[in-house]
Design a protein around this ligand. Structure first.
Ligand code: NDP
Length: 434
């Protein structure tokens, strides 16, 4: 990638942005043409086979975040999102963090967890013991149900058993839950895991004398974690009337509040998910699965808390860290079908699944940094309303150059609402016709 073509990217006109991505070797000639011809569309025949009762496509804007340096590699990150200011904030944060060395990431092994729950088990302890003794047999039966993933180097690798007590009924031990740890390689793996769990159900019923109730993966992917960290010297945080040290300390305090107070934590984590969801969606992954897992992970201590930590090191630098369960894939689902997802993978240089995790968790950390930094200094409305003004201008009916003209006047208006945008547009059009 040649980033010289990407300088001041946000200032370029739409077609120039696309051309710059091509010149920088981020997209191919064919991808450039697709974007220039506005033909990045899911065709209706394919879509009709993807879901039931299909009636049309629902479009989302696809943008790119700039300035990312992740594990010393420069990257352009595709983001599908309808909310203004998220991509600008992402690029801004990545620039500051990039100037301080960028993001450093780690990932755990990618192990998905299949869960099979049994009810009406006559003796839970005896059943638990029998399952543990039959571990090898159970794993090989699971693997027989999906031999192709085993050929790819994955498959069922480990097994755990838990007795589930009913805490709504005097903590009575009630169900048996069998976890099978499955490597699904480059896939998110829901279908692989579910096939395996359904296949071992009759054998587990026979072993335990119980009845299988649920046979599906858990989206609480605690064996598929990605962590991103960054270190920002305090002087890079100076803004307006605030010194760098003040901004650093305010970010640390704001994160402390999000750690102890769920009311703040939810909003703090929503800011992280602004970035995470946008990349997950762009890459064709199942964002509901990621959302469900991430918020459960934020509650792992028994209370919903901040997902990020921001601290100060001995040198006085701000140190950020984010860990997320990220069972994303680079194959399967809609990834190889959706033209937007294919383009997104191409923009990122066709990362493998662990690398995609590294990118997504870094975007989450950057997004959190940008949001909290703005909140503890000038507030987010200044930036937000500037971009929101453009949405209001479009809603008011402005087209082409008039959108920016209406937005510019609206930004300086006391009341930034739709009626005001309509009035401004009317004035512009009247002037135009004179
Ligand atoms: P798919 O079943 O669509 O695709 C996975 C398949 O891709 C594998 O079985 C494998 O088939 C093939 N493949 C090709 N190359 C590789 C590789 N390098 N590594 C691994 N597999 C490869 O997808 P998933 O099993 O990942 O399931 C994801 C889908 O399931 C998503 O659409 C999700 O929305 C949905 N889903 C999610 C649920 C949840 O989250 N709770 C529940 C149910 C469904 P082969 O080896 O035969 O070529």
């Amino acid at each position: 990638m040649d980033t010289t073509y990407l300088k001041k990217f946000y200032k370029k006109k739409h077609d120039d942005k696309i051309n710059a991505l091509f010149l920088a070797d981020v997209i191919s000639k064919q991808e450039k043409d697709v974007l220039l011809n506005r033909t990045l569309e899911l065709d209706s025949d394919t879509a009709n086979h993807m879901i039931e009762n299909y009636v049309g496509n629902y479009s989302m804007p696809l943008g790119v975040a700039m300035n990312y340096i992740i594990d010393q590699e420069e990257l352009v990150v595709p983001m599908a999102i309808e909310e203004p200011s998220v991509i600008a904030a992402s690029s801004f944060a990545a620039k500051i963090i990039g100037s301080a060395g960028g993001f450093k990431t780690t990932v755990t092994g990618r192990m998905m967890i299949g869960q099979l729950t049994l009810k009406a088990v006559p003796n839970l302890e005896v059943a638990e013991q029998k399952i543990k003794e039959a571990k090898k047999d159970i794993l090989s039966r699971a693997n027989e149900a999906h031999p192709s993933i085993v050929k790819r180097g994955g498959g069922a690798k480990n097994l755990e058993v838990r007795i589930l007590t009913d805490d709504t009924n005097n903590n009575i031990p009630t169900y048996l839950s069998v976890h099978v740890h499955i490597s699904t390689q480059e896939a998110m793996g829901a279908n692989i895991v579910n096939t395996m769990m359904e296949s071992i159900a009759p054998y587990l019923e026979e072993l335990t004398q119980g009845k299988a109730l649920l046979r599906i993966l858990t989206n609480y992917a605690t064996e598929c974690l990605a962590t991103s960290t960054c270190v920002i010297p305090a002087h890079k945080l100076k803004t307006g009337e605030f010194s760098g040290e003040e901004v650093r300390d305010r970010i640390i305090e704001a994160t402390q509040i999000a750690t102890i107070d769920p009311y703040r934590a939810v909003t703090h984590n929503k800011g992280i998910m602004n970035g995470v969801d946008a990349v997950v969606l762009a890459s064709g992954n199942d964002w509901r699965a990621i959302e469900a897992g991430v918020h459960a992970y934020a509650s792992r201590s028994g209370q919903y808390r901040s997902l990020t930590s921001w601290t100060k090191n001995d040198a006085g630098d701000l140190v950020g860290e984010l860990t997320l369960p990220l069972p994303v894939g680079t194959v399967g689902g809609s990834i190889s079908i959706h033209p937007g997802a294919k383009l997104a993978h191409s923009i990122m240089g066709h990362p493998n699944a662990p690398k995609l995790e590294r990118i997504i968790v870094s975007v989450g950390l950057a997004q959190n940094f940008a949001a909290v930094r703005a909140l503890v200094t000038e507030g987010i409305q200044k930036g937000h309303m500037g971009l929101h003004a453009r949405s209001l201008a479009i809603s008011a009916g402005a087209k082409g150059d008039h959108i920016q003209q209406v937005a510019d006047i609206l930004k300086h208006s006391k009341h930034k609402n739709l009626q005001r945008a309509k009035n401004i547009l009317l004035n512009i059009l009247e002037e135009f016709e004179k």
